[in-house]
Design a protein around this ligand. Structure first.
Ligand SMILES: C[S@@+](CC[C@H](N)C(=O)[O-])C[C@H]1O[C@@H](n2cnc3c(N)ncnc32)[C@H](O)[C@@H]1O
Length: 369
């Protein structure tokens, strides 16, 4: 695979052998299994440190710039369980309370100049209190970093993003990620507002999926008004609401009842059928599926849709109630990929555990024309 070297590729004089991966609390072992598999494939060796429910995992490379190497050779979007990744050094411990800014700017002196700084924590209840500290500390720290030349005067997306990941107010990891190969959101969490007219909270899963999988400047062509969509397992209609909100015509397949207001939009046809047997009369632009079933069964049916070209793009969930979630995802994706290969269909597949996903991951599939 070609390395992702570009203008923002950072060269650091600081040892960056810790790759921090932020994840949903409870998914540390899946995130750890995944990074071990990725690093082994890249030939960058090291070991992983995890703590249950910590909300992050640390991969420690045997090479001094191992974490940076992984960021250069691997696409962030190719990781399923990581919400964000940071190439960092050893933990910066025991910051003096009296002059945290001074101590930090000294500790970061060997990092390349960054275009943005994010003060972050794990997404845990314990860490919530720390976010108050982070908000207060952000302003003086930014000033200190700018004065020391470590941060550009205004935000510059061509330069690396500096992450300060606080364990508590005196202990943190500091490191970098590269815009274009990281999550654009602080803590890797998109803050979406629940649309109060939507019939269920799971509407946010599909909205987040649009943000993650479809570049914003392509929404008007790929999520366009008048397109045809099928929603399998649609009731009560949170996902259908997102499609209708983009003025698409939706066939909503579910034996359960659909939200009345949504039906009044005139854009939805409710089909009380089995979503795993439903087949569209004509190819549609989008198929989405939120049916709760075994990943292997869902994968099999999603493969039918893609191999037969019943849709151009699809977004679906793989539900993961089991322990070995990384293995289950790999098996489901392998199943889809081998069906596509047999049929000589070219299709991109991207898999991510979204912030709004719980025991599940979301898959985006796009057939190449
Ligand atoms: C998690 S809910 C979907 C929620 C929906 N995405 C929303 O945003 O409101 C799963 C739905 O799948 C439906 N379902 C389960 N098995 C199904 C099947 N074989 N065919 C169609 N619908 C199915 C259930 O009736 C349920 O309404």
């Amino acid at each position: 695979m070609a390395p992702f070297l570009d203008a923002t590729t950072a060269v650091s004089d600081m040892t960056l052998n810790h790759l921090l991966l932020y994840c949903r609390p409870g998914f540390e072992s899946d995130c750890a299994n995944e990074i071990q598999s990725v690093s082994a494939r890249l030939g960058i060796y090291g070991y992983v440190k995890t703590r249950e429910n910590a909300g992050y995992v640390t991969f420690i490379s045997h090479e001094p710039d191992g974490a940076l190497q992984i960021q250069k050779k691997q696409r962030f979007s190719g990781l399923v369980f990581a919400r964000q990744w940071v190439a960092a050094g050893e933990m910066i411990a025991d910051l003096p309370m009296k002059d945290r800014v001074g101590a930090l700017t000294a500790a970061l002196a060997d990092l390349p100049q960054c275009g943005e700084v994010r003060l972050e924590t794990a997404d845990t209840n314990e860490a919530k209190e720390l976010s108050v500290f982070c908000r207060k500390f952000a302003h003086p720290l930014r000033q200190g970093l700018r004065k020391a030349g470590l941060l550009t005067k205004t935000e510059d997306p061509r330069k690396p993003c500096l992450h300060l990941f606080f364990i508590d107010s005196c202990n943190l990891y500091a490191g970098i990620s590269r815009p274009g190969n990281n999550s654009p959101w602080p803590m890797g969490i998109p803050r979406l507002k629940f649309p109060k007219e939507a019939p269920s909270r799971s509407t946010l899963k599909l909205e987040e999926a649009f943000h993650v999988f479809v570049p914003r400047d392509e929404w008007d062509t790929r999520l366009a008004s008048g397109m045809k969509a099928v929603d399998l397992g649609a009731a009560p209609g949170g996902w259908t609401w997102q499609l209708v909100n983009r003025h698409m015509f939706v066939s909503a397949v579910d034996n359960g009842p659909m939200n009345r207001d949504l039906m009044e939009s005139g854009l939805v046809t409710h089909l009380q059928e089995d979503g795993f047997l439903f087949q569209p009369a004509k190819s549609v632009n989008w198929m989405v599926c939120d049916i709760v079933d075994k990943p292997s069964r869902t994968a099999g049916r999603m493969a039918d849709w893609l191999v037969n070209g019943w849709c151009r793009e699809a977004i679906f969930n793989l539900k993961l109630p089991m322990k070995q979630r990384f293995t289950a995802v790999e098996a489901a994706i392998d199943k889809i990929q081998s069906r596509l290969a047999e049929a000589e269909r070219h299709c991109s597949l991207t898999i991510k555990q979204l912030y709004h996903d719980r025991e599940e991951v979301t898959v985006h599939a796009k057939l190449e024309s």
